[in-house]
Design a protein around this ligand. Structure first.
Ligand code: GLA
Length: 392
């Protein structure tokens, strides 16, 4: 007997199966899912070889499909992407004709993973993509699509690479097909999330350590600001460069190798801006280590304080917050039963994450709904598993 499906995944799978029948006139034989993520703390540290503490969400991207023999790949999405076609078809890549990014943009994440997939020969396939991860909401809708694609390709042509290499292939797809020089956090957590746990990831050694997060008295509330400032995409690579040049000026391989005392003592080697960026990263790595220890002893007060310090540092030193995220954090913190709140993900819009007593959640959502100047959307998700093959 197959294990019962989580309701979220079950409904999505049915939607994807229905769409598959309609588009391709047959039954899909394969199905996979990969989750979005929320990062509890450790922001903008992954590309500095630092520590991060994300958890996988119950929000997932699913892919259902069948292999085909004509060397073509046919993809359909049930999600709405402004003005982009929902169906696309292209041939398998060859050495002479590799895949290249193009339109529709949503398919680039799938193409990128196919292009970089480390096993062969891949057959063609038809597939439908469906997702409950909000698009562009800072909850890693793109990483969940990359990881779902990878997991789907494994069913067509098994790979034999080390587990972390799978995350690196998906990251490579994002770099070269979506043009985003992201770190490794989103892909690692989407692959290796564990139900009831956050995952402490050391982005230097790529070691992961599950930290229990299943206390029924505590909840994680995600609040979507429903804004995404266009600045985000241009500022991310700038932050990355500033961190690299700060590390170089200090004679280090990365900011992971720098401690706060060292940074303060050699401040004059950096521009004022580089110093503030580095102060965020060095402080955030320290906070993430303390937060993981606090979580493992159920010290939610300390965890919450570190979340607030993280937000303030992202706002003031790293300058990746925005008025909407700041307002959501302030509103959450003014309600009793809230341990801490902060922006999560790349910034410039997207979501906040709030740690709170489970029975405070309704109060907090109501307060935010009444006071927030925009329209907020809420997700109360438990820590979920990473990518899976789903029974059909
Ligand atoms: C985005 C990137 C991640 C990470 C975060 C910031 O989500 O994809 O790699 O850098 O921003 O912590």
């Amino acid at each position: 007997m197959s294990a019962p499906l989580e309701p979220e995944v079950g409904a999505l799978l049915e939607e994807a199966q229905r769409a598959f029948r309609k588009e391709f006139g047959s039954e899909p034989t394969l199905a996979v899912s990969a989750p979005g993520r929320v990062n509890l703390i450790g922001e903008h540290t992954d590309y500095n070889d630092g520590l991060v503490l994300p958890m996988a969400l119950e929000l997932v991207t699913v892919l259902v499909g069948v292999p085909r023999l004509d060397g073509l790949i046919s993809l359909v999405t049930t999600s709405e992407y402004a003005d982009e076609p929902r169906r696309v078809e292209f041939p398998l890549p060859t050495a002479d004709q590799p895949l290249e990014p193009g339109m529709p943009r949503w398919a680039n994440y799938v193409k990128g993973v196919i292009q970089h997939y480390p096993a062969s020969p891949l057959p063609g396939f038809s597939a439908v993509v469906t997702s409950s991860v909000p698009l562009g909401g800072g909850l890693s809708s793109s990483a969940s699509l990359e990881v779902a694609t990878y997991t789907f390709l494994q069913q067509l042509c098994p790979d034999s690479v080390a587990a972390v290499m799978r995350a690196q292939v998906c990251q490579q797809a994002e770099h070269s097909f979506a043009g985003v020089p992201c770190g490794i956090m989103d892909q690692l957590i989407s692959l290796f999330g564990q139900k009831g746990h956050a995952l402490l990831i050391d982005c230097r050694s790529l070691e992961t350590c599950p930290v229990p997060l299943s206390d029924p008295g505590v909840a994680v509330l995600i609040t979507n600001s429903n804004v995404r400032h266009s600045l985000g995409s241009s500022e991310y690579p700038i932050r990355r460069r500033q961190c690299e040049s700060a590390a170089k000026a200090l004679g280090k391989k990365s900011l992971r190798e720098v401690d706060m005392k060292d940074l303060e003592a050699r401040k004059e080697l950096l521009t004022k801006e580089e110093f503030r960026r580095a102060r965020h990263v060095v402080g955030e790595i320290q906070r993430t280590s303390e937060a993981a220890a606090a979580l493992s002893t159920s010290n939610y007060k300390t965890f919450g304080r570190l979340m607030v310090e993280s937000h303030n540092s992202l706002r003031d030193d790293y300058e990746v917050s925005c008025p909407e995220l700041d307002q959501l954090v302030t509103l959450a913190l003014s309600v009793s039963g809230v341990y801490g709140s902060r922006m999560t993900g790349g910034g410039f819009g997207g979501c906040t994450v709030t740690l709170l007593e489970a029975d405070a959640a309704t109060r907090v959502m109501k307060h935010i709904q009444d006071q927030y100047k925009g329209t907020a959307t809420f997700y109360l998700s438990k820590a979920a598993d990473g990518a899976k093959v789903q029974p059909l």
